[in-house]
Design a protein around this ligand. Structure first.
Ligand SMILES: [Zn+2]
Ligand SMILES: [Zn+2]
Ligand SMILES: [Zn+2]
Ligand SMILES: [Zn+2]
Ligand SMILES: [Zn+2]
Ligand SMILES: [Zn+2]
Ligand SMILES: [Zn+2]
Ligand SMILES: [Zn+2]
Length: 373
């Protein structure tokens, strides 16, 4: 029988549980259970033959993972997968790596770390002080220590400061929850004076909602009971008045003084205007719902306005800038991850619209222009 000579395998191999008996492209024997398949060359391979072909052992035992019977298996994937290497502690994006066969371990090594002869445990490289797994009050699972350099395709952000990850971080890959090492101690467990909460003296305590009941965020009206939502079920809760703010809305505050309402208004970006918000009050001007639209809201009065319905001027003048500034919408001038308002010199959220002078690259908060009028 003509054995199809296997390609040298720069192509990716897919792992399959096969239904029919196939012939291995390397040894010519039958394959009956799981196998690797190269779609480009139409070649089937035993897992052991694929590992021979790639010159990578199918299984290894590694000094950093010495539980009895916990072999590390070669994993070959069709696409890239993101994992944290338990030797170098870098977040990696690879299609070939070694992973502990016991799934409860979640122990992974990139190829270089798995096969290198230098098997110094990580504390030799100065990581003694860092515990590699921590239980942090902001997350239900343990967070893993890792180092981060921007991965080719992906850019991950810190769930607290929302800036791109950098240097030393902690995270849960399962939930895509990450914190800068420098942010992990900044998250308040209790907030006393949040402007959205009518009774400032009551404590708002950080709390994981149980998934058995439905809860809504008092600020954005989103359902925050599910751990799969953007706040992962994490919210600040006042037990006395049963007032809840999801983790993300707790970072918002009212900023804009506008003639359409007596109180300061808070900007809510379109990405949180989910279907849940159909339940909240419609826009006070046009009476349509807020779904996926920029809006301003007075949380305490439950009054909403579409940004487009508020007669925000298309250009406005700031006393410290000679040219009129144009309304620009959401804008990032570079990839630095740090964005400032040139009028008040405070930081600005790049997900919020701004005013902009094209000629001088002068950027200002909406409220920094309109509150002064
Ligand atoms: Zn293991
Ligand atoms: Zn951060
Ligand atoms: Zn998690
Ligand atoms: Zn909310
Ligand atoms: Zn309260
Ligand atoms: Zn409207
Ligand atoms: Zn109000
Ligand atoms: Zn400003």
């Amino acid at each position: 029988m003509d054995i199809n000579v296997a390609c040298t395998h720069e192509h990716s191999l897919l792992s399959f549980s096969i239904m029919e008996v196939e012939t291995c492209g390397l040894c010519g024997e039958n394959i009956s259970k799981s196998a690797y398949n190269c779609r480009s060359c139409d070649v089937w391979l035993h897992k052991s033959c694929a590992s021979k072909l790639l010159n990578l052992p199918l299984e290894i035992s590694h000094p950093l993972h010495q539980q009895p019977h916990h072999q590390l298996e070669l994993t070959l994937l069709d696409g890239l997968v993101v994992f944290i290497c338990d030797k170098c502690f870098y977040m990696c994006s690879e299609s070939r790596y070694y992973s502990c066969s016991s799934s409860s371990c979640n122990f992974n090594l990139d190829l270089a770390c798995a096969l290198s002869v230098n098997d110094d445990p990580p504390h030799v490289q100065g990581w003694t002080k860092k515990r590699t797994l921590i239980q942090h009050y902001s997350h239900i699972h343990k967070l893993k220590f890792f180092k981060y350099t921007k991965l080719k395709k992906y850019e991950y952000a810190c769930n607290w400061c929302e800036k791109p990850l950098s240097d030393v971080c902690y995270g849960c890959r399962k939930c895509d929850f990450y914190l800068h090492d420098s942010c992990k101690d900044k998250i308040p467990r209790t907030i006393y004076d949040h402007p959205f909460h009518p009774y400032n003296s009551h404590p708002l305590r950080l709390h994981h909602n149980s998934a058995t009941k439905t809860y809504y965020c008092n600020a954005c009206r989103a359902d925050i009971s599910s751990a799969s939502g953007s706040s992962l079920g994490l919210a600040y809760w006042c037990q006395i008045c049963d007032f809840r703010l999801d983790f993300n809305c707790a970072k918002f505050s009212p900023t804009l003084k506008h003639e359409c309402h007596d109180h300061l208004l808070t900007y809510f970006p379109p990405y949180i205007q989910t279907t849940d918000r159909l339940e909240s009050s419609p826009c006070k001007v046009c009476h349509n719902h807020l779904w996926r639209a920029d809006s301003y809201r007075c949380v305490q009065c439950d009054v909403n306005f579409h940004l487009r319905c508020m007669s925000i001027p298309s250009s406005a003048k700031h006393r410290y800038h000679m040219h009129p500034l144009g309304f620009k919408g959401v804008f990032k001038e570079d990839d630095s991850g740090e964005y400032y308002c040139d009028a008040c010199e405070e930081e600005r959220d790049p997900k919020h619209p701004i005013y902009y002078c094209e000629e001088c690259k002068f950027i200002a908060h909406i409220e920094c222009l309109l509150n002064h009028e």
